[in-house]
Write a protein that binds this ligand. Sequence first.
Ligand code: SF4
Length: 406
Amino acid sequence: MATTTILPDVVDKNDLLELYTDPDTCPTDALIPRPLAEEPAFVAWQQDIPREYLAMEPEELDQRIRTARATLGDQLVILGHHYQRDEVIQYADFTGDSFKLAQLAAAQDRARYILFCGVHFMAESADILTPESVTVMLPNMAAGCSMADMADPDDVYAAWDEIHEALGDDASVVPITYMNSAASLKAFVGEHDGIVCTSSNAPKTFDYAFDRGEKILFFPDQHLGRNTAYSMGIPLEEMVLWNFRVPGGGVDPEALKRARVILWQGHCSTHQRFSVEQIEKAREEHPGLKVIVHPECRWEVVQAADDNGSTEKIIRTVTEAEPGTAWGVGTEINLVKRLAEANPDKTVFCLDPVVCPCSTMYRIHPAYLAWCLEGLVQGHVTNEIRVDAKTREWSLVALERMLALP
Ligand code: SF4
C-alpha cells in the first residue's frame, strides 16, 4: 500500500483515495500504528485538525494522550466501541457495543465531558441520554456509519406517507429504527409510537411493536429486521423489501397489504461481506467448528451459522466456551482479533480472511484523540455533538422506551 509523509498544503481527497484504496486488497493485514498522514483513514480525515498532528509518530501521540487524559481526570469519560482499533480502544474507560455504550452514557453522573470513540449516531445517542450539562465529543466528524446513511430522513418520511396512502384506513404500522440511525429518525419513531432497537434487544422491540400495531416498518438494516422477524416465526413471504430509490418502494401493493414486516433496503457494508461459502470452507478446514455471526449478516449466513447475536453476545459465547473449541466468527475484524487474543485456549478466527475493518470506525485515529484532549486541557471543546431540543425530546422518548424493556 502506498504511503506518504510529504504533506501538500492542499490535499485532494480523490488523489488520496487513489493512493490508499486498492479494490483487490484490504487493510486488514496493515492494521499497524502509524501517523495519521500515512494510513488509509487519512482519506476521510477532518481537514481542520492542526497539521502538527498529522505526522506525529505513535509514541508521541501516546505520550500526549496520556498526559492530557491524566490532567483532565474524572471530569472526562472516554467511551470506546468494540470495533475500534487497539491503539484507540486502549484509552477507553468503558467499552461496549452500541447498546451497552448507550446505557453507560446514561449512567454518567459525574463527568462533564464524554469523548465518544465510535461513530456519529452513537455520539448523538450519548448526547440525548446525558444531561444538557454534559458535553459529548466525536474525535473525527467524518466517522459516520454507511448503514445509517442509507436511511435519509426525507426518504423515510416519504416512505411513511406512501405506505399509509397504499394501505389506506387499514394502516396500522409501528416504526422501529435500529440504533444505527440519525437522531432525527429516532425522534420520528418516538413521535409515531415506535421504538429504537439494538442487535441485543431487537426481538423485544418487535413484541413491543406488535402489541401496538399489525405491521412494522424497520429501518435501516434489512438484515437485522429479516433475521429478527424470522427468528420469531414470521415467514419470509410475510416480509417485503422497501427500495427507497423507487416510487412505492418497488413493492407490489397486494404484497404490502399482506406483509407484517416492511424492511428498509439498507445494510452494513462490513457484515454483508460474510457468506455461506466462507462458513462451508471454514467447517471443512476445522472439523467440529462452531460458527457465530452478527445478525447484520445476510439471512442465509445466519441460517448457516450455529448461533448469532450482538457483539456482546458473541464475546460472551466465545469467552464462556469450553477450552479447545474452535470458533469461526462473522463480525468486525478488530473485535475478532481481540477476542482471539483474550481466548488463547481456543481457536478463534474471522470467517473472512481479508475482511476489512469497519471503515468508518477506522477513521478515529489517535491523532484525533490527542487533538480533542489537548484542546480540552486548554479549555476548548472540539467536535461537540449537540442534538437540537425538539429532536432530543422525541428521540429520548424512543430511546427510553427501549431502555425500559424488560
Ligand atoms: S460495522 Fe457497519 S453498522 Fe457498524 S458502524 Fe460500521 S458500517 Fe455502521
